[in-house]
Write a protein that binds this ligand. Structure first.
Ligand SMILES: CC(C)(COP(=O)(O)OP(=O)(O)OC[C@H]1O[C@@H](n2cnc3c(N)ncnc32)[C@H](O)[C@@H]1OP(=O)(O)O)[C@@H](O)C(=O)NCCC(=O)NCCS
Length: 217
């Protein structure tokens, strides 16, 4: 059981508070957000403090940290807070829903794994990975750091997902593929071949598109 500081004051932070309170052994002690986004001194009835000084109020020796943020900026906003909180000396929790199905998989820190995810045997998950609800994560695969799966994505067996990838709802990845760093897969798109780094892929079969749209994420 840990006393946990959650980063954020938006939907994802509210959901993290809900999930940790109702479906984990952890206690949420406070929220923190960058000073410019402070909305007051309380959130969800708990203290809200500036991230810039959180370590002076909630010591990293006594509290753990959780930054379950969205995939904006291809997961790099979440990565930045994760690294900054780490540099302040915090250890992280991961949340894994009791309604997810796992088989002793290795899971990193600051992961947010919601209900109805199936993670098959021999697949590993890195640090700072979000699996929103209901994904199929196939066997003998590897999901590296700072990756975001939205919902109802099928990752077939033996796939390697490099850092910073984002998978839109209902996307599909064929087995034995290598998904390059920072790949953005649009909703309902089907990936049949390895992808290039920082590529945007849309459609079925997915086609690589020029970059501008990718700035949306
Ligand atoms: C790929 C994506 C990021 C593009 O967003 P965008 O830059 O705002 O692009 P637009 O919505 O303006 O669409 C641009 C064009 O691509 C097409 N397009 C967008 N997404 C597409 C998709 N997944 N498959 C096929 N075509 C798509 C649009 O129809 C549009 O075509 P047009 O120019 O002929 O009208 C977005 O469509 C997407 O799939 N996001 C993921 C959404 C998601 O999973 N959300 C989960 C909640 S976090």
């Amino acid at each position: 059981m840990a006393k946990v500081i959650i980063f954020g004051v938006m939907d994802t932070a509210e959901l993290a508070h809900f999930y940790l309170t109702h479906d984990s052994e952890h206690d949420v002690a406070a929220f923190t957000v960058s000073r410019e986004y402070m909305t007051g001194t309380e959130f969800q009835g708990l203290p809200l403090v500036a991230f810039e000084e959180v370590e002076t109020l909630f010591s990293p020796q006594e509290y753990k940290f959780f930054a379950p943020m969205t995939g904006r900026n291809m997961n790099r906003n979440r990565e930045r807070i994760y690294l900054e909180a780490k540099a302040k000396g915090y250890e992280f929790i991961s949340y894994i829903s009791s309604k997810a199905t796992l088989f002793g998989n290795q899971i990193g820190e600051n992961c947010f794994i919601l209900e109805d995810n199936t993670i098959q045997p021999f697949t590993t998950i890195g640090n700072n990975v979000v699996l929103w609800s209901g994904n199929h994560i196939g066997h003998h695969g590897q999901i590296k750091d700072h990756v975001f799966f939205t919902s109802h994505v099928v990752m077939s067996g033996h796939c390697v997902i490099e850092p910073y990838c984002f998978f839109g709802v209902n996307s599909t990845i064929r087995d034995f593929l290598h998904i390059g760093t920072g790949t953005l897969v649009g909703m309902a798109s089907a990936i049949y071949k390895d992808t290039d780094e920082w590529g945007l892929y849309l459609g079925n079969p997915a086609k690589k598109l020029p970059k501008p749209s990718y700035e949306a994420y």
